[in-house]
Design a binder for this molecule. Sequence first.
Ligand code: HEC
Length: 165
Amino acid sequence: MKNVCLLLGTITLCFIHGWAPAWADSSEPQLPKDLTGYRHIHSLVINDKESPLFGFHHFYINETGWETFKNQGPFPYPEGTIFLGAVYKVEQDGELYNEGSGAVYTMMKKDPAAAETGGWLFASFTPDGKPVEQDVKTGCFSCHQPLKDRDHVFSSPLNLSLPLP
Ligand code: HEC
């Protein structure tokens, strides 16, 4: 039993060290198990294979951040807010463009301890939920950083004629 515990401890340690250089002092974000309580906030497609953002993007927010998102403030978003992007490849069939296979999940989780990245933990995951190793400061936050007055979030509510719940 002692061996197993030691072994598990080693694995956990390696795992944390291996893929989260920008928030080594913070908790490690996990992909949610399902989307219960999440709301779809919008979608977009970038159909340029050369773009780092190539794909069909569907964005979701959890309940914690919903009121702040809906009212567009006051910022910052409350701790525990999660924005999730589900990105698919683009599949063309004549004039129809649709989601192909799953490409990546992107995630921003509000955690004031992540001071170097605007109070957000940035992470991405493979379609089966495995964390992608990357430098999130240059690979993610660099793009989101300028949006300081919106707490580094691009998305805003869609202009629907029906009132939001
Ligand atoms: C090239 C610039 C760029 C890079 C790099 C980038 N993003 Fe974004 N991200 C965007 C833009 C632009 C949007 C909004 C797209 C839209 O809604 O129109 C966005 C939206 C998001 C959203 C939804 C919340 C929001 O801000 O609207 C999440 C979550 C997200 N990105 C996570 C990530 C993660 C994690 C990484 C690194 C793996 C990353 N992003 C890298 C530009 C970027």
